[in-house]
Design a protein around this ligand. Structure first.
Ligand SMILES: *Cc1c(COP(=O)(O)O)cnc(C)c1O
Length: 242
């Protein structure tokens, strides 16, 4: 597809990948970072364009919007849909968690036992009668400043939540996610979160992912050891006002 929007997305994707490569080089890193392209508020046509451009990880933060896009893409483009991994990155109400487990391929925003249990229940339901149902990788969202109204679990409650998730049959504790507080320098926040991520990995060696960095702060996130950035605006442009 070579409509003007696809060309624009391709150009911005290339720019973002260049930024990631430069940030990795500046940090002396030779590993790779997952790029989750955040499509929230943008139409499913953009999702289709991105999938055609080879984007594998897509991110959404609202349950209903995400479920509709997942359904639309699989109905219209089953071949493309099969190559895409849906990442839930936004706040989940515990009563909607089971539904999220029906379409998500990775969840970055687990911040309570109730959300974890809802995901477990939904995943168990989806797995019933199949032996090939994959476990759901989940990251725990950390609230660095303890203001949990913006989502996230406090650093005090994190180890207990990690132990709880690790014991669930249909979830896999994959790592830590952070959205830095608005106040203060992102670099300091990411360094702080990276320390918490290291402690989590000491207790749970499989929990090695560190999801940190968005359009405006992916360089300091990569310097602090991010393994996964979530980028919306830098690739899709400003979100349409709804
Ligand atoms: C929207 C969102 C992003 C992407 O933010 P941009 O600044 O548009 O790159 C990343 N992470 C979370 C949790 C989000 O809600």
């Amino acid at each position: 597809m070579s409509d003007p929007r696809s060309e624009e997305l391709a150009a911005r994707l290339a720019e973002t990948r260049d930024r990631l490569d430069a940030a990795l080089a500046a940090a002396g890193r030779t590993d790779e970072v997952d790029l989750v392209v955040v499509t929230k508020f943008h139409p499913v046509d953009d999702v289709t364009r991105l999938a055609r451009l080879g984007v594998r990880d897509l991110g959404e933060n609202r349950v209903q919007e995400a479920a509709a896009k997942v359904a639309d893409l699989s109905a219209a483009e089953p071949g493309l849909a099969a190559g895409v991994r849906w990442n839930m990155i936004g706040h989940i109400q515990s009563k909607k968690a089971a539904a999220v487990a029906g379409w998500a391929d990775r969840v970055h925003s687990v911040d309570s036992v109730r959300v974890a249990d809802g995901l477990e229940k939904g995943r168990a339901r989806a797995a019933a009668g199949r032996d090939d149902a994959p476990v759901l990788p989940v990251l725990l969202q950390l609230s660095l400043d303890g203001d949990t109204t913006r989502g996230g679990v406090t650093r005090e409650d994190l180890p207990g939540l990690a132990d709880h998730v690790a014991a669930l049959e249909h979830l896999r504790l994959a790592g830590l996610m952070v959205v830095p507080p608005l106040e203060g320098a992102p670099a300091a926040h990411f360094a702080d979160a990276a320390e918490v991520a290291r402690a989590l990995r000491r207790d749970h060696p499989g929990a090695g992912q560190f999801s940190a960095g968005m359009s405006g702060d992916l360089e300091p996130a990569i310097a602090a050891g991010s393994t996964c950035v979530r980028v919306g605006t830098a690739i899709l442009g400003p979100r349409p006002v709804i």
